[in-house]
Every structure is written in C-alpha cells, then in structure tokens.
Design a protein around this ligand. Structure first.
Ligand code: ASP
Length: 344
C-alpha cells in the first residue's frame, strides 16, 4: 500500500512537473560553469506575437547585459557589482518593464520596485514605488549598503536616493508610447467589464521585469530584480520584486530572481522556497527550481518563472508561461539567449 502511494505520488509529481517548460535546462556547457544568468520577464511570449526586429533587439540586450556582468566577474569583481552591471543595462532598454520601459500605474505615472541580496553576507536592500530614480537597482543597493533598513518606499525612498547622490530623472523619462497603449487597453477592458469592480489582471499586465544572479570568482552569489510592476496598478500596490524571499533571494548556496504574477510569488515565498528545498531536502538546483514553478506555483494558479544559479555554476530557468526572456554566460564567455518555451 505504502509503495503504491509513493509510486502514485511520484507519477503525479512527474506529470505536474512537466507543466514547467522543458527549456529550463541549459545546453551542456562541458564543465564550463555559468557565472551569470539574467531574465527580462515571462509571459505570453510567442513567435507569432514577436517581430524579428524585437526578437533580435531583446536577444542583443540580454547578451549585452550578460557580457557586462561577465566582465565584472572576470575582473575579480563582486557578484553584487555584476548584478548591477547587468540590470542597469536592461533598466535603460525600453523593451523591458523596468527603469526606462516601466509600465504605467493607473494614474499614468511609472513607479518602480527593485531589490538586491548578497548571498555572502545575507544582507539585502529594496525600494518600492519610486518615480524619479533612473536605476532602481542602484537604490536597492544603497539601501543595503548605506541604511540600517531593508525596504524603503515612496517619498522616503526618493529622499534617501537623492541623499545618496543617485541619478534622478523626471517621471516622463519613463513614459513610452507602447506602455501607454497598454495602460489604455487595460482601462478600456475595465470599463467594459460588468460585475466585478476590479477585474483580475491579464497575464500580459505583469511581464517584462528584469533580474540577474551572479557568481563571483570567489564563489559568492548575489541576486537582484527590478520592475515597473503591474500595468494599471493602484492603491500603492507592491509586487514581489522588492520582497526579499519572494522575488529575490541569495545565500551561500543559491541565488534566485523571479518574474510573473507577483501576488502568487509573495504568497508562496517562491525565491526562498527554492533555497529552502535545496537546504532542507538536499535537492539540486534544477529539481528545486522546477518543482517550485512546475508544481507549487502552477498548482496555486500562478504564472511566471525564475532564474536560479548555484555556487557551483549550475543554472536553471523554469517558467510555466509561453516564454521567458532569459540568458546565461559561462566563465569562458559562452553566451546563451532564449525567448520561447520550445527553444533548446
Ligand atoms: N513580478 C512583477 C510584479 O508582480 C511583474 C513581472 O514580473 O513582470 O510586479
């Protein structure tokens, strides 16, 4: 009886696990460890919906971010600096929902969330709801390095950013026509919806967040995540990206950055759950990551994905959406960029 139950449980786990995209395993890198992984968001990303120009632009940006972080690692730099180098590049690219390309909140402003964690020290910093900080990942880093706190929000976070000498820009710097179209589309849908005061967000409203996990030459890890959050967000909504343990986590063993429907990632403590499975169950990076996305998140009804890197340079990038912008670079400089669910 017991054996039957175990076998049954294993079969269920396998079939559920299969709902995470199989593209989570990177090509055989011949013992050449991965030193940096990045993502640019998960969602309804299909070949049919993508122009060749956008496909090429996204891959170029992912590759540029990977090479920038790789240069830091190869120069003997800190994993935190490699995360900063990779994420600031994506924050400047309007194709991603972070920094310059952040999505609009309901009041036609762009408000950012970001976080960073140092696996070597266990320290972390985060910011939420900022409107004028050009590189929110840098603010998260300053919160970690120069304040006694972990998470600062709104006006106070901006006051701190100015005190720290970070680059400030008008909110209009982040306003892009495509994001405004997106907002107007959601608000039109909302007006035509009867019954519910606030319809559940569509998957595409939470899409395009950026993140990075780096492994330094010394073997230490850092993870960071940066986003404009959810299109049409209101009431000071905060997603998972600035929540340590939900959207970002790093310890001595593994680093994680997430993207997807933030409310699920917060409730499930997704990033921390991956690290906990590795620590408590002894799972390898791919088993832990694929189980959390393919089983835990999927069973809960959430959508999204994660990038995960362990201290030996093993990476995993599972997601349960059609696609996830993602990439990795090895110590010897081999770059892989992937977009769709069926890419090897
Ligand atoms: N996770 C982000 C949020 O919920 C959105 C995203 O990943 O694109 O704010």
């Amino acid at each position: 009886m017991f054996r039957t139950l175990v076998l049954l449980a294993a079969a269920v786990a396998l079939s559920l696990g299969a709902s995470a995209q199989s593209a989570n395993v990177l090509p055989d890198l011949d013992g050449d460890p991965v030193v940096l992984v990045v993502h640019g968001g998960a969602g309804t990303i299909t070949r049919a919906a993508m122009t060749p120009e956008t496909d090429a632009a996204i891959r170029a940006s992912l590759a540029e971010a990977l090479r920038a972080g790789h240069a830091v690692v190869m120069a003997g730099g800190d994993a935190l600096d490699a995360v900063d180098a990779a994420i600031t590049i994506m924050e400047d690219d309007p194709n991603f929902n972070a920094g310059r390309g952040g999505v609009f909140a309901a009041d036609q402003t762009v408000r950012h969330d970001a976080s960073i964690m140092d696996g070597a020290t266990g320290l972390a910093g985060a910011s939420s709801g900022t409107m004028h900080v050009r590189h929110p990942i840098r603010l998260a880093r300053r919160v970690m390095d120069a304040s006694p706190h972990v998470l600062l929000s709104g006006d106070g976070a901006e006051e701190f950013a100015m005190q720290q000498g970070l680059e400030m820009v008008p909110n209009t710097y982040f306003h892009t026509p495509s994001r405004l179209d997106g907002l107007l589309r959601v608000q039109e849908r909302e007006r035509s919806t009867t019954g519910l005061a606030v319809p559940s967000p569509d998957a595409w409203q939470m899409h395009g967040t950026v993140g990075a996990v780096a492994l330094s030459a010394e073997g230490t890890l850092a993870a960071g995540t940066s986003t404009g959050g959810m299109t049409n967000k209101r009431w000071g909504r905060i997603g998972d990206a600035p929540i340590i343990g939900a959207g970002t986590f790093a310890d001595g063993t593994v680093g994680i950055s997430a993207t997807g429907h933030g409310e699920f990632f917060i409730r499930l403590g997704v990033a921390r759950d991956v690290a906990a499975r590795m620590a408590y169950l002894g799972e390898d990076v791919d088993t832990a990551a694929s189980t959390v996305i393919g089983t835990t998140l999927t069973e809960a009804g959430g959508t999204g994905g994660i990038i995960v890197l362990d201290a030996q340079g093993n990476a995993s990038m599972p997601f349960n959406t059609e696609g996830m912008y993602r990439g990795a670079i090895t110590r010897s400089g081999v770059v892989t960029t992937l977009i769709y669910g069926d890419e090897e």
